[in-house]
Every structure is written in C-alpha cells, then in structure tokens.
Design a protein around this ligand. Structure first.
Ligand code: ADP
Ligand code: ASP
Ligand code: MG
Length: 412
C-alpha cells in the first residue's frame, strides 16, 4: 500500500510528540507500506510568525508573508526526518517546491495547480520516506502558501497525484465529531461522513479539515480518514455516501459554527438603482468575500440590503460601500459586530422540510435571537450574537443529535 500521512500542528507540537509521530511512521513503514508524510508547523508556531509580522507591518507584504510562514513547516519536516534517520529509517525532508508542488501564482491562499511527482516517486522507489512540508508550493519561482489550515490540502493533493491507497489525517481529536468537542463535550464521533456533508461542515467553520482538502478528496476519489495521533482507533472515514444516509436517517449529521462574523446593512436604496449588482460587484472587485445576503423591498420604493462579511473585512466593506453613496443614494449604512454563524448540516434534510423550523424553535427556546438565515439543500445557517454561540451550538446538538431524532417535527 501507498499511504499518505498528514500530521497537524499539535501532533508535532514538541520533541516528545515528534518522537511519537516518528514511531508511528516507522511502524507503518516496517509493516511493508510505502509512506509519504506531510507535516504542519509545530504547535502554534504559524500564529507566532503572524504575530511577529504584525509587530513590524500593519499589512505585511504578501510575498514576504509567504516566505515567512513557509518556514514553520520546514522546522517540523526536518525534525521528523532527523528523528527517523536516528531510528535507522531512511527519510528525507522536502519543501513544497522540492516535492514538486506547483500552485497558481497567488500569495496567501494559492490553489495547487500541478504536482510533479518524479522526486517523490524516486524516493519511494528507493525505500526512503519523504517528509513534505504542508501548506506550501511554488509558482513562477516564488514560495506560495495555501491558506491557513492548508496542510490537509497538501496531503490530499499528494495522495491524488501519487495514486495513494489512503490519505490519513492525524490530528488532536480521534475523528470528525457531530460538533466541535471543545464546545460540546458529549459530541459524538462519527464513523463515517459523506464528502458533501464534510465539505459543508468545513466550509461552515469546522476546523478539523481544510475545505479544499475535502473538495479535492471528493473530486479525485481519495480515500480520506481522520484519526488521532495520540491514540489508536479507526477514526472517521470520509466517503462518497453512507448507508445511513440512504433512508434519510441521521437528518442532521453535524453542527458547525463560525465566529468573527459582521453584518452590514445598506438602508434605503431607491428601487431603480439595482443596488445588489452595484454593491456586490464593487465588493468583489475589492476582494471582500461576502457570505449571507438578504434584500428586502420597502413599500415598493426602496430596498434594504444586508450581508455578512468576516469581521476582519468590515472596515474595507464599509469603505467600498460608502464610496457608492453618490450613485446609489442610500439613506445610511448600519454595521453590527461581533456576530457568529451556527449551521446544521445533513444530507438527510433534503427530504425533511421541517428541519429549518425545528432549528428556529430550538434557538427560540434557548433565547438566541436570529438575525439572518441562509439555507441550501443540506444545511441551514443562522447568524446570531457572538456571545451566544456556545449556547446555540449546545441547544442545537441537544435537539438534533442527542435526541437522536430520525424524523423531523412537523407540528411546531
Ligand atoms: P491540526 O493542527 O491537526 O490540523 P486543527 O486544530 O486544525 O488540527 O483541527 C482539529 C480541531 O478541530 C479539534 O481540536 C477541534 O477542536 C476542532 N473541530 C471543530 N469542529 C470539529 C468537528 N466537527 N469534529 C472534530 N473536531 C472539530
Ligand atoms: N501551519 C499552517 C497553519 O497553521 C498550516 C496547517 O497547519 O495546516 O495554518
Ligand atoms: Mg488543521
């Protein structure tokens, strides 16, 4: 078998942890499997690098930021390789570019465009374990990074390019849970989850997998498993479809949340101004990512448009929208932060119309006001006050998971 193993920050967070990781790699290799390892930076060292940069520059140059952040993974890769060598296991650390990982020429959030696997194939053929730095690649000779949490994506991309039998993501929890176990201690570990549900959870804030890792795993049919590097266990398999889902059981599979949400409302835009087109084109041109959008028509003469952005983009969003005042002639801009977004996700809700209603009832009963709502086939998201996020997640977990409901309430 060819196995790709990715170890996250906590898993390589100390020399003691690196010893344990090396032991695991060694036992996989000595069981006769070819192993390619992908590592994250040690512990919170990427955050520490971000903090250093912030001390010296308000908005650091993006190229230099990538040069800086890419160093974190070089430390852990070299240390893991070094440890394996002392154990008599042939190993060699490689940076993203040495491993042939090419990305689009964007700094800070680059997508992998191509992988030249020749170097890795040679190492594997020689019985050497490549230890590849996650989170980075190269574009036009420049170091690029894949976005925070991007080592998962490096691992899946390598697994796809190498045709690996399995891609194992080792982290500090023993699988994907029904929600973040740090917020709900009795969250349940899932034995399996579909790519689509995992993708929604990841996109909606569940940190355990980088969204693009799931997207790529689905696209290239990579067998993906999430496990703990601290314990033994089967972990969670991310799969195409599970039996559970077929008969609509497990209506809600998981609950995700995101903090640092901000809402902006553009109030009283004359109807004839086509506010949506103008506002969102301008935001897109200025690189502001918009999430939930609501437009309401007031008395058939004006519209109110409100939308959410990441809190860190709020200032820029206000600037962009304010610049449109002369042409849009809106009455005022309102802003609201900090907010949060809680979401329920489950393929089973496609055929269960009562689920959104049940979510609203649960939040009402928990006295959590809902500011905005957005839905898709397999999720419902509510924007709520930030300080109520834990309470909301716990209430939703009780309603949808702990009650082990299989059919939705129809009478609310
Ligand atoms: P790593 O450094 O290994 O990449 P991360 O911190 O990125 O680890 O992701 C693991 C963390 O994700 C867990 O410690 C947990 O708090 C959080 N998490 C959020 N939602 C979930 C979930 N549904 N299942 C498991 N973990 C989750
Ligand atoms: N070290 C990077 C980060 O902290 C990448 C990763 O851990 O996946 O975002
Ligand atoms: Mg991670």
């Amino acid at each position: 078998m060819l196995v790709v193993q990715k170890y996250g920050g906590t898993s390589v967070g100390s020399t003691e942890r690196i010893r344990a990781v090396a032991d695991r790699i060694a036992s996989t290799a000595s069981a006769g499997h070819a192993v390619v390892v992908v590592v994250s930076a040690m512990g919170h060292s990427t955050d520490a690098l971000v903090d250093l940069a912030a001390e010296l520059a308000d908005s650091p140059d993006l190229r230099e930021m990538d040069q800086l952040l890419a160093t974190g993974e070089q430390v852990s890769a070299a240390l893991v390789a070094m440890r394996l060598l002392t154990m008599g296991i042939q190993a060699k650390s490689l940076t993203g570019w040495q491993a042939g990982i090419a990305t689009e020429p964007v700094h800070g959030n680059a997508r992998v465009s191509q992988i030249d696997t020749r170097v890795l194939q040679n190492l594997i053929a020689n019985g050497t374990v490549p230890i590849v730095t996650g989170f980075q690649g190269i574009a036009d000779g420049e170091v690029t990074t894949l976005g925070r949490g991007g080592s998962d994506t490096s691992a899946v991309a390598l697994a796809a390019a190498l045709g690996a039998d399995v891609c194992e993501i080792y982290t500090d929890v023993d699988g994907v849970y029904t929600t973040d176990p740090r917020v709900v201690p009795n969250a349940k570990k899932l034995d399996d989850i579909s790519y689509d549900e995992m993708l929604e959870l990841a996109n909606l804030g569940a940190q355990v997998l980088h969204p693009r890792a799931v997207e790529n795993a689905k696209h290239f049919a990579v067998q993906l498993v999430v496990r703990s590097s601290f314990t033994e266990g089967d972990g969670t398999n991310v799969v195409a479809m599970t039996e559970n889902r077929m008969e609509g059981r497990r209506v809600v599979t998981g609950i995700a949340f995101e903090r640092h949400v901000a809402r902006l409302a553009v109030v009283g835009v004359p109807l004839e101004e086509h506010a949506l087109a103008a506002i969102f084109s301008s935001l897109a041109e200025n690189g502001v990512n918009v999430d939930v959008i609501v437009q309401s028509v007031v008395d058939e003469v004006a519209v109110d448009v409100s939308f959410t952005v990441n809190e860190s983009d709020l200032g820029r969003a206000v600037e962009v929208v304010s610049a449109l005042q002369p042409s849009l002639r809106f009455r005022k801009i309102e802003r609201e932060a900090p907010l949060a977004k809680v979401s329920i996700v489950g393929a089973g809700m496609i055929s269960n119309p009562g689920v959104a209603a049940q979510m609203f009832v649960a939040l009402r009963d928990a006295q959590v006001p809902i500011h905005m709502v957005s839905t898709s086939e397999i999720k419902v998201s509510c924007v709520i006050p930030a300080d109520l996020v834990e309470k909301a997640v716990q209430a939703l977990h009780k309603t949808f998971i702990e009650a082990d409901m299989v059919t939705p309430l129809t009478n609310v």
